[in-house]
Design a protein around this ligand. Structure first.
Ligand code: SF4
Length: 441
């Protein structure tokens, strides 16, 4: 078996975490609809919310909104908010209209928002009623993507957790991989797992509702994303057993992730080495190219997606970067333990956000690279800091061996661009000083 780091102790596992509450700059969970609707090909996401929610989805989806996407917002009007109209009746009518127009829909998700929560619209009850009305053709489920309850990727967690109770029961000894990944990445992982000899691999979410995975006492599941705490708990309640592992980022993360599965399924070390040797080598070589730019650079993570801890682990161990603060919207100690064990000891960790205090720490640290949201990136660039937009890390294929080089490149690119513009990182105001024609460069 490949040499496995001891994954539940050491590193930052027992380290205190700075917990902050205050002004925060993050997306709400509705944003996760953007990638979920692409993954689940016969699902539709109906947000029950306000114009603000509709505008958020439009701007987050960018050009995708012109491709007849499988999501929409049922906008609560003033009469609904004042309780003058029966919002439940109106919802029933809207859903009937939608399903008549889009007969390809097999799963309908009613997605709660801040306004629907504030007026206490019972979407769970609506989902039950609508399932009865439209069975067996369509199954209706509900979850909340409101900013009050969820931050960004937690929307996916809420969606998958809502699906777990309805998954068919089965007794077969299957491996369930949990987390929505781009199809091409999922296919790569499936090939690796098949080559290792694991007979039945299922995925949550499945691409189509008729391929929903079975769950039972012989199911072992592993997360491919760190932000799936509620789904993890829901699967345990169904009797499935979790496999602990670092997230499959980079060569080391992917190898450790696969090795944890291999150990659980009694796969011999020689066979494991044979299957993984070539892709490991490719991944190492691809990462090494970006490491020339990244080595020795100091990186600061603002909280965004919960991917921050595994990414800091990858960048520290495989790209020789130094994390100066790793902020995460939420830290699930149990799920992140294998990654935390590999983050350099003493790395400052923070959970939640008080954005002004965090900006003060950022300026004091003056890192080479800051990973942050779109709202902070340009102002920080104008201060002379080099930034990486965190949202790209969620939308770009970054998992497993073949993407390891691309993942490292995402961090190397802003540093190279800065160098190419002859700007000295960390010089306040330097970003405003674009090289002028005729100036010596
Ligand atoms: S759910 Fe809440 S935070 Fe998200 S867009 Fe709607 S109002 Fe804003």
């Amino acid at each position: 078996m490949t040499e496995m780091p001891h994954i539940n102790s050491g590193g930052c596992v027992d380290q205190p975490i700075l917990r902050e509450r205050g002004q925060h700059e993050v997306f709400c969970g509705l944003t996760s609809i953007i990638w979920l609707h692409r993954k689940m090909q016969d699902a539709f996401f109906l947000v029950v919310g306000s114009r603000t929610c509709a505008h958020l989805l439009q701007s987050a989806a960018g050009v995708m909104i012109f491709a007849e996407p499988r999501f929409a917002t049922a906008i609560l009007e003033e009469t609904d908010l004042a309780g003058l109209a029966d919002a439940q009746d109106e919802l029933d009518r809207e859903v009937a209209r939608l399903l008549a127009r889009r007969p390809d829909i097999r799963q309908l998700f009613l997605v709660g928002s801040c306004p629907s929560e504030v007026i206490k619209l019972d979407l769970a009850r609506a989902a039950e009623r609508l399932t009865e009305a439209h069975a067996p053709h369509v199954r209706v489920l509900s979850w909340s993507g409101s900013g009050i309850e969820t931050t960004f990727t937690e929307g996916e967690d809420a969606c998958l957790a809502a699906m777990v109770p309805g998954l068919p029961r089965g007794d077969s000894s299957n491996l369930l991989v949990v987390g929505a990944l781009p199809d091409v990445v999922e296919d790569q992982a499936r090939r690796l797992l098949a080559d290792l000899g694991i007979a039945q691999v299922d995925w949550l979410p499945a691409r189509r509702s008729d391929a929903a995975p079975q769950v039972g006492p012989n199911t072992r599941f592993i997360l491919s994303q760190p932000f799936l705490g509620d789904t993890y708990a829901a699967l345990e309640r169904r009797g499935a057993r979790p496999i602990a592992a670092p997230m499959p980022f980079g060569e080391e993360g992917t190898t450790a992730w696969l090795a944890s599965i291999a150990q659980e399924f009694d796969i011999g070390p020689e066979h494991f080495a044979r299957v993984t040797e070539a892709p490991r080598e490719r991944a190492r070589a691809a990462v090494a190219r970006a490491t020339e730019t990244l080595a020795g650079k100091r990186i600061f993570f603002f909280p965004d997606s919960q991917l921050e801890i595994p990414l800091a682990r990858f960048l520290a161990r495989e790209c020789a970067m130094e994390p100066v603060e790793v902020g995460s919207p939420f830290i699930h100690r149990q799920i992140t333990a294998p990654d935390l064990a590999l983050v350099p000891e003493g790395t400052p960790l923070s959970e939640g956000q008080d954005v002004d205090l965090q900006l003060d720490r950022l300026r004091a640290a003056a890192p080479d690279l800051t990973v942050c949201g779109l709202g902070l990136a340009n102002p920080l660039e104008a201060e002379g800091l080099t930034t990486k937009w965190a949202i790209e890390l969620v939308f770009t294929p970054v998992h497993f061996y073949e993407q390891a080089g691309d993942l490292a490149e995402l961090f190397a690119r802003p540093l190279r661009r800065k160098a190419a513009l002859h700007l000295s990182p960390n010089t306040p105001g330097s970003a405003r000083g674009w090289p002028l024609a005729g100036q010596p460069s």
